[in-house]
Design a protein around this ligand. Structure first.
Ligand code: VAH
Length: 321
């Protein structure tokens, strides 16, 4: 099947950090009425509601997904709903239920209804303390120490099983921390890299919950959206990997981010008071080898640290001052 077989799309988790901007971009590319947004309980934005179809539903209620698929004649699903790393450590059973049982429900629906394609996000959280921290390879040790990471490794394996055993065309990316200006992230360890902009613009000071020298792989939202859609539109025949592509764009320390922000907001003060999320961050890599994504579907990031910081500050300042 080619990308032209993706005609009627459903974004589950469309009110979340990635889902909200992904839905708007998919509507711009595929037509507003061809992209159905699905939320579980958070009130969607006016722009999301007014730009195309919206349904309530959730991955732990398969009937709600099936109803939306039948009502809108869906052939492609982006499964963006997840409990992230920090909330996942506070509520591990909820993280397992949403990330694993929800994924299983969605894979079974894709199998039974022979959907064209399905996107299932993975994360650098699939890596653990034994994983090489620099230029982390595509094939490497996956022994995460968070429930979120466990669900991401298991999710990659389950999705690849459904591809090999049942021919479900399911694809996924190991997202790094995503930085965005439109929707606040929900409960991740990399959330500091978004919060810091709001506090710097509003108060010229921020207390960061990881150490100044903590380096993590990150990506600006426009690159995240492009990578997601580019992978889904890639020629299946060229893919050697399916649900677990490493993708990289930026890696920087909390201190380097604060320093770059200070170039735009002189006098910005950043304090560092690590909390439980430091241990999660310390279990993840610093930089990622994404050569497989570059070779198999032409991945190329566009934003570097100065470009991302400038764009974030340009977008957020008018709203916060
Ligand atoms: C988190 N933003 O912090 C997510 C992401 C790589 C991190 O998966 O949990």
């Amino acid at each position: 099947m080619t990308s032209s077989d993706m005609k009627r799309l459903l974004v589950i988790g469309a009110v979340g950090q990635i889902g909200s901007e992904l839905t708007m971009e998919l509507r711009a590319r595929y037509g507003n009425d061809n992209v159905v947004a699905m939320g579980r309980k958070t009130k969607p934005s006016e722009s999301l509601l007014n730009s195309g179809p919206f349904e309530w539903g959730n991955v732990n209620d398969p009937e709600s997904i099936i109803a939306a698929i039948e009502k809108h004649d869906i052939d492609t699903v982006y499964l963006m709903a997840a409990i992230l790393s920090a909330v996942g450590e506070q509520k591990p059973q909820l993280a397992y239920d949403v990330n694993m049982n929800g994924l299983y429900n969605m894979l079974e629906i894709a199998r039974e209804r022979e959907l064209t394609r399905m996107m299932v996000p993975s994360s650098i959280a699939a890596f653990g303390p034994e994983t090489p921290k620099d230029n982390t390879p595509q094939e490497t040790v996956l022994r995460p120490t968070t429930m979120y990471g466990v669900t991401k490794v298991a999710g990659e394996l389950l999705a690849d099983y459904y591809f090999k055993r049942f021919g479900v065309d399911v694809r996924g990316l190991r997202y790094p921390g995503i930085i965005s200006s439109e929707t606040l992230p929900g409960g991740g360890t990399t959330d500091y890299a978004v919060e810091i902009f709001y506090e710097a613009i509003k108060n010229k000071r921020y207390t960061c919950f990881v150490r100044e020298d903590t380096v993590l792989p990150m990506m600006y939202m426009p690159d995240c959206i492009n990578a997601t859609i580019q992978l889904m539109e890639a020629d299946l025949g060229k893919l050697k990997h399916h649900s677990d592509f490493n993708v990289a764009a930026l890696s920087f320390s909390a201190g380097e981010l604060a320093e770059e922000i200070r170039k735009h907001i002189p006098g910005f003060e950043c304090a560092y008071e690590p909390d439980f999320r430091q241990q999660i961050a310390d279990s993840w890599p610093r930089t990622i080898d994404d050569s497989a994504a570059r070779e198999e579907w032409g991945w190329r990031p566009e934003y570097d640290l100065p470009g991302m910081v400038e764009d974030m500050i340009e977008k957020l300042t008018p709203r916060l001052t």
